[in-house]
Design a protein around this ligand. Structure first.
Ligand code: TRP
Ligand code: ZN
Length: 866
């Protein structure tokens, strides 16, 4: 039996490193199936003399090892399954290690591997140990010098830092020498080599440093990297203006690879991207793709300060770089596009992914306290909730103190491997506040439920708002304490006049109040309230909580029409729909909602992107999460019937939107994208009319001049049940069969189509000649699109959806454990369903547990079953 404890790493057990490596010189002799890596490290003991030097290593073939030039014999070191141990090394020495690795055979996409015939690396979190024996932990920072030698036919050789020298060596090989002056942990190491097409540009920093920018992509794709380059320059400028951060090397390279486990990676001076987050043009990319490219290019660039210059002491501090960088990325996107639209999209994403995680067996704090495989903790909680925690910090201490705290953090922690405490200490210091209670947001899992109830006293003209918070138990955390919840509260009259009120003993009246609920319950009193108000208590979604505000449908309709906060207006419509679909609006027909959506359409031209969001009902996953006894078929039917009612009532206004001619020339900017989003929302609603509007959907598909419109029409045909879906799929395939990123969309659109034959369809796609088990984008286009976007089929009563996902994950696991583990996350909701479905899910999970699994997948299966 496996000993679970032997493989568990705990935050409480953290020990500083006993040895450090100040300098490391690497020489790579590249060969697809036999690459030699010679590493010379300057090692220094800082701990106890009795502690051996333990180097991490996996899948390595040791060729030689020497200390200060003296080869070691086999009595002087020991090779173990996960590393190499030198019992009693000198206090300070040069360690020479030569390892041989096989990039071509590496299907894990971690360490050094091949993608499309080109070499690339992925070292976060623990991939460097698959390249050479190393102190593979983020608190060991070293200066790197890297020499790459390769076949002269390989034109481009890249690594971190600045290029010092390159050419053809005496041995006839092409070589390049890269030196990175900034000490870094090995997870930020990167090497890429191959034949690329590249685009180049330049950025001059505000202090006058000229930075050579380049993006390297698959041959023939260079023009599609233009938008990414533009995004990069805007991100560099924005970080100077908003956070005062400048870039610190002479070059900044981005390489796009087709086979990549995540979105992108922030390696110092050499970001590596999934090609889906670099390549875009009007014909092949949707507006969502353009938006994601801008966001992720920004995200990885922003890591240069939040992650690289200041890194993490250990992997438990992952949110220190990821939550903060998500926050910076969201702010960047909000400034580049529309702040309210960005906020609503971020909230949708948080609720869709993170709230589900927090409510199930995989729930964990933003800063977990133990893990088996750290790869499994690159989660929505660490990223998205981690970003929300920073946003709340800003709300609690105020914009100025937050900005000051950030500057103190950059000054004080630059060049270090830090903890969340180090970060928070900067804000406590500048604000003079005690932030110890705030730390609960990092250490406590689960989504707080917030209840708000108001009482108006007409005689005293006061309004009392009573607030109560509770956080449900999560695995390993049965009892929760109160967290400080920042709230932006406004009061409005029934006909939409914002009330200026005073709170407590305040003298000044205002339209919006900043409150903090930091105890299990509290009451807040507002004065000078002329009439019974409609309170909106979570403006801007100021905290990641589930709010029960007890408002009536009439109150919410008032908010939809008049609340000054766009988030509240959007949320009011969602809340009416949610209650209706969950069967909780017993005596309130949907007419009010439908009329309100009609008014959204009337004013849609003011902000089409916002109107588009209002027209989308809460998705099925959200309803499943909100329903204590979810029946996916019933919820799906309820949602479709409301969509049909809306589409019938608003048909006359939806049709012209759906028939709108494509705008030329194409602009990827937020305004044009907003108009296309409105058209897509119209197509989506018309799909609810089934065959009746199939012609409209078909001609939208036929006449689409952008990928956004093409996919919106294709998805709508899929959802409509119309037979024309098949013909559209065939056309789409014929046109795009040579573009893998577009074919990913073809797979995803089918896997997500909520049709009766969904299971048969995904099984057919799995057997399709274009299905590639080794390519994460293609696997996700099938598996994640099915399990996350097609919940009715995934949760099919006969268990066929569960069987499909488990089977696919098992096969992927043999090649790529990190990917397989991630594919299994949709099982996290399994206990919410009826006993029949639970039985099917459990049987699949138990069969997985009983089979040969990677450590990654096993951890996920066991936690999901626990
Ligand atoms: N640090 C990356 C980011 O958020 C995430 C990442 C990329 C990653 N590749 C990975 C995490 C591989 C774990 C393993 O920007
Ligand atoms: Zn990141």
């Amino acid at each position: 039996m496996r000993d679970a404890d032997a493989t568990t790493t705990r935050l409480a057990d953290y020990q500083p490193p006993a040895y450090l490596i100040d300098e490391i010189a690497l020489v790579f002799t590249l060969d697809p199936d036999a690459t030699l890596v010679a590493a010379r490290s300057h090692v220094r003991r800082v701990g106890d003399t009795t502690v051996p030097l333990v180097l991490d290593g996996k899948r390595l073939d040791l060729q030689s090892i020497a200390i200060d030039g003296e080869p070691l014999d086999t009595t002087q070191y020991r090779i173990e399954p996960d590393g190499l141990i030198i019992e009693a090394p000198p206090a300070e020495f040069h360690l020479d290690v030569v390892t041989r690795i096989n990039p071509a055979a590496n299907t894990t996409l971690e360490g050094l591997y091949m993608s499309g015939g080109r070499f690339c690396t992925q070292c976060e979190a623990e991939g460097f140990r698959a390249i050479t024996f190393s102190l593979d932990r983020p608190d060991v920072l070293s200066r790197y010098a890297v020499r790459i030698e390769a076949d002269p036919a390989i034109p481009t050789l890249l690594a971190n830092g600045n290029l010092i020298e390159s050419g053809i060596a005496d041995n006839g090989k092409r070589f390049a020498v890269w030196v990175d002056p900034h000490p870094k942990p090995c997870y930020l190491f990167a090497l890429c080599a191959g034949a690329y097409d590249s685009i180049a540009d330049e950025f001059v920093t505000r202090s006058g440093r000229r930075v050579a920018l380049a993006i390297h992509v698959d041959p023939g794709e260079a023009q599609r990297a233009r938008y990414a380059m533009d995004s990069l320059k805007r991100a560099m400028k924005w970080d100077e203006e908003v956070f005062g951060r400048e870039y610190d090397l002479d070059v900044f390279n981005i390489v796009a690879v087709r086979d990549f486990n995540f979105g992108a990676m922030e390696n110092k001076g050499l970001n590596v991207f999934n090609s889906s987050l670099i390549l875009a043009d009007a014909e092949t990319a949707t507006d969502g793709d353009f938006e994601a490219i801008e966001a992720v290019v920004g995200h990885e660039y922003f890591h240069n300060w939040t992650g690289n210059r200041i890194t993490c002491r250990d992997w438990f501090q992952l949110c220190l770089k990821e939550g903060l960088t998500v926050f910076r990325e969201q702010e960047f996107s909000a400034d580049q596009r529309s702040r309210p639209v960005q906020r609503i999209k971020d909230v949708k994403r948080l609720r869709g992914r993170q709230f589900a995680e927090d409510a199930g067996p995989l729930a964990h704090p933003v800063r977990p306290s133990s893990y088996q495989k750290i790869d499994n903790f690159y989660t929505a909680t660490v990223y998205e909730k981690g970003g929300e925690v920073i946003r709340m910090l800003e709300a609690l201490i105020g914009e100025q103190a937050f900005a000051d705290g950030m500057q103190l953090y950059f000054d004080r922690r630059d060049g270090t491997a830090s903890t969340v405490e180090d970060f928070i200490a900067c804000f406590a210091e500048v604000s003079g506040r005690d932030l110890s209670q705030f730390m609960r947001w990092y250490d406590q899992a689960g989504t707080p439920a917030l209840q708000a109830r108001g009482a108006y006293d007409a005689g005293a003209r006061t309004f009392e708002l009573r607030l109560k918070q509770t956080t449900p138990p999560t695995p390993g955390q049965p009892h929760k304490q109160a967290v400080p919840i920042p709230l932006r509260v406004g009061l409005m009259t029934g006909d939409g006049v914002a009330l200026r009120t005073r709170r407590g003993s305040e003298r000044e009246a205002r339209e919006e109040h900043a409150l903090v609920l930091d105890s299990p319950e509290a009451a807040f009193t507002f004065h000078d309230v002329q009439e019974a108000p409609i309170p909106s208590v979570l403006r801007g979604f100021s905290a990641p909580v589930v709010l029960d505000d007890g408002l009536s449908v009439a109150d919410r309709l008032g908010q939809m029409a008049h609340d000054p906060d766009p988030f509240t207006r959007w949320e009011a419509g969602q809340a009416i729909a949610r209650a209706s679909l969950l069967g909780r609006n017993a005596n309130a027909p949907n007419a009010g909602l439908i009329a309100a959506l009609g008014r959204e359409l009337d004013r849609a031209q003011q902000d089409p992107a916002l109107a588009a969001l209002a027209l989308r009902l809460p998705d099925l996953n959200e309803l499943i999460l909100a329903d204590p006894h979810p029946d996916p078929d019933r919820l799906y039917a309820a949602r479709e019937s409301l969509r049909r009612a809306i589409a019938e009532a608003l048909r006359g206004r939806l049709l012209p939107l759906a028939r709108a001619k494509s705008e030329t020339p194409f602009s990827p900017g937020a305004e044009a994208a907003g108009r296309r989003a409105l058209k897509s929302a119209a197509l989506d609603l018309l799909a609810a009319l089934g065959d009746a509007e199939a012609d409209t959907l078909w001609s939208a598909f036929e006449n689409a001049a952008s990928m956004t419109e093409s996919i919106a029409a294709l998805d709508a045909l899929g959802a409509s049940g119309a037979p024309a879906f098949e013909a559209a799929l065939e056309r789409f395939y014929t046109r795009w069969r040579d573009n893998p990123l577009v074919i990913d969309k073809w797979f995803a659109s089918q896997a997500a189509a909520p049709r009766a034959d969904a299971i048969a369809r995904v099984e057919r796609l799995r057997a399709h000649g274009d299905f590639e088990m080794r390519n994460p984008n293609r696997v996700r286009a099938l598996a994640a699109a099915f399990a996350m976007r097609n919940p009715r089929a995934f949760h099919a009563a006969d268990g066929a959806g569960y069987r499909f996902l488990a089977g696919l994950a098992r096969d992927v696991d043999a090649l790529n454990p990190a990917l397989a583990a991630r594919l299994l996350t949709p099982f996290e909701t399994w206990r919410r369903f009826d006993s029949h479905r639970q039985g099917h899910a459990k049987a699949e999970l138990e069969a997985l547990a009983a089979s040969q699994l990677s450590k990654n997948a096993r951890e996920m299966v066991e936690r999901t079953l626990a």
